[in-house]
Design a protein around this ligand. Structure first.
Ligand code: PEP
Ligand code: MG
Length: 496
């Protein structure tokens, strides 16, 4: 699959975390420096939402008070910041809540930035990153992706993290193969590495024959097969983009996307202490519509829950979150909050072509209730409302859903995991996570037939659409669009 194979030399990230001598810089200067750095990332970085959350942490009185107390107890500023990070992380950890646990990384990232500035021996740890590097690290933070020159990065390998982490999503949108959860103990800087991210493989110092075979595989694997291009064109399939930020939208459109088939709005909810207001959301959606330059924007309502905790929304801890309060279920259980999002989407729709899409639907009633809420917000609205087909239930009742929906979008990531009863993040059952398994193909067939019988369009927005072999099958099954996460692939496939 495109963007999953790479060859490069290992470059091990060493973070300079010596206590060191204080550089003479004051805490106020360090906080000011960190604030302007974060503001710049918000303006120009790949994931502004993430850094907005970091800025909120930087401004949190708890952090300031704890540092001041530590200084009063005789610590140097750098020591005081480190100790504060440790103490507050401990508090977050004790809460035991997934949300607070997730904030620990953000807190450490921010504090690391302050300490780096305070400690004159520390600079940008990626300053000497060579060309064609495979960055190998215990763990990477979102801000690292801004500090490193991504143009020099062939691949990223980390011990911690997952493909759905922020770093994973940023790497994917840049077409950089990413292998989280890797055993990095045997790797040293300068080792030649073969990376097959699709299969989570890292081969250290391969033989010449292995390199040659891998290069052949790359030539085939990274080249978009003519069959994929042909089946898209012959079947008149639209090529759309998946996005998690305004930058993603701009890039997809610049590369010829016919529109945005999936704008993941939960990013706006994930990285803040408070949920974004209707006005906050409106401003972002408006910017998103404008970035589409007249092409349609499909806004997915918040897909919170499952593995995605959210601040400001109290979700009880669940034993089996993928089968719990996720997506539309959560939104409908919080109608006033859901209506804030609906109103923001309706307001943004005045600026261009906007469609609203509901995640994790299992029953027609959920769609009807969502439509009623839209009606409550604006009784004259003609907003197109579609559903994601991500559950076996939705596929099986797709004829009934088609009576009420304006469009379908098949989320093959979740549809495959639920049809095959195989956690999409569990490497032990990854052999079952196959969108070409007969069971999944049958589900897709049912959905396409139901949609077309009712005359509504059906697209695919899961990762499977980027796999040439799967994409060909999907086109032959009659899907009307493929929404893809990689701008480079969109460029290759853009219609003539
Ligand atoms: C999907 O499930 O295929 C999908 C596109 O949604 P997400 O990956 O965000 O769950
Ligand atoms: Mg999904």
């Amino acid at each position: 699959m495109e963007g999953t194979l790479a060859i490069g030399k290992a470059w091990i990230l060493h973070r300079k975390n010596e206590t060191g001598q204080c550089s003479g810089r004051t805490l106020d200067e360090a906080f000011g420096h960190e604030a302007s750095r974060l503001k710049e990332y918000i303006e120009n970085g790949p994931a502004p939402e993430v850094f907005s959350a970091h800025l909120e942490i930087l401004e949190d009185p708890l952090l300031h008070d704890t540092i001041q107390r530590n200084v009063a107890e005789g610590m140097t500023p750098a020591e005081a910041v480190k100790a504060a990070a440790k103490e507050i992380s401990g508090m977050f950890n004790e809460v035991g809540d997934d949300y607070f646990k997730a904030r620990i990384d953000d807190l450490r990232d921010v504090c690391e930035g302050i300490v780096e500035y305070l400690d004159e021996t520390c600079g940008n740890p990626f300053e000497n990153l060579p060309d064609d590097a495979v960055v190998v690290a215990q763990e990477l933070f979102p801000s690292d992706t801004v500090k490193m020159d991504l143009g020099k990065v062939k691949a990223i390998v980390t011990r911690k993290g997952s493909t759905t982490s922020h770093v994973g999503i940023i790497a994917r949108s840049r077409g950089i193969p990413f292998v989280p959860g890797a055993d990095i103990d045997g790797i040293t800087t300068g080792d030649l590495l073969l990376i097959d991210a699709g299969n989570s493989l890292v081969k250290i110092n391969p033989t010449i024959n292995e390199v040659e075979a891998f290069r052949n595989m790359m030539a085939k694997g990274n080249e978009v097969p003519e069959t994929m291009i042909q089946s898209i064109r012959e079947n008149g399939v639209k090529v759309l983009g998946n996005a998690g930020s305004i930058k993603d939208i701009e890039e997809a459109i610049r590369n010829g996307a016919d529109g945005i088939g999936l704008f993941r709005t939960e990013f706006l909810f994930l990285d803040r202490d408070e949920r974004p207001s209707e006005e906050d959301q409106y401003q972002i959606y408006k910017e998103a519509v404008e970035a589409c330059q007249g092409r349609p924007l499909t806004i997915r309502t918040m897909d919170i829950g499952g593995d995605k905790p959210s601040p400001g929304l109290i979700i009880p801890k669940e034993d089996n979150p993928y089968l719990g309060m996720r997506g539309i279920r959560l939104s409908l259980s919080l109608p006033e909050i859901f209506k804030e999002q609906i109103r923001a989407i309706l307001r943004a729709s005045a600026h261009g072509k906007v469609r609203m899409m509901l995640p994790m639907v299992t029953r027609v009633e959920e769609l009807i209730q969502a439509k009623e809420l839209v009606e409550e917000c604006d009784s004259s609205s003609d907003l197109e409302i579609g559903v994601m087909i991500e559950t076996p239930a939705a596929a099986l009742i797709s004829d009934l859903l088609a009576e009420e929906a304006d469009f379908f979008s098949i989320g093959t990531n979740d549809l495959t995991q639920y049809v095959m009863a195989a956690d999409r993040g569990n490497a032990s059952v990854s052999y079952l996570n196959d969108p070409l398994d007969e069971a999944v193909v049958r589900a897709v067939k049912i959905v396409v037939e139901a949609a077309h019988k009712k005359g509504i369009p059906v697209g695919v927005c899961g990762e499977a659409g980027s796999d040439p072999e799967v994409a060909k099958v999907l086109c032959e099954l009659g899907v009307d669009s493929l929404s893809l996460g990689s701008p480079a692939l969109i460029k290759e496939l853009r219609p003539l």
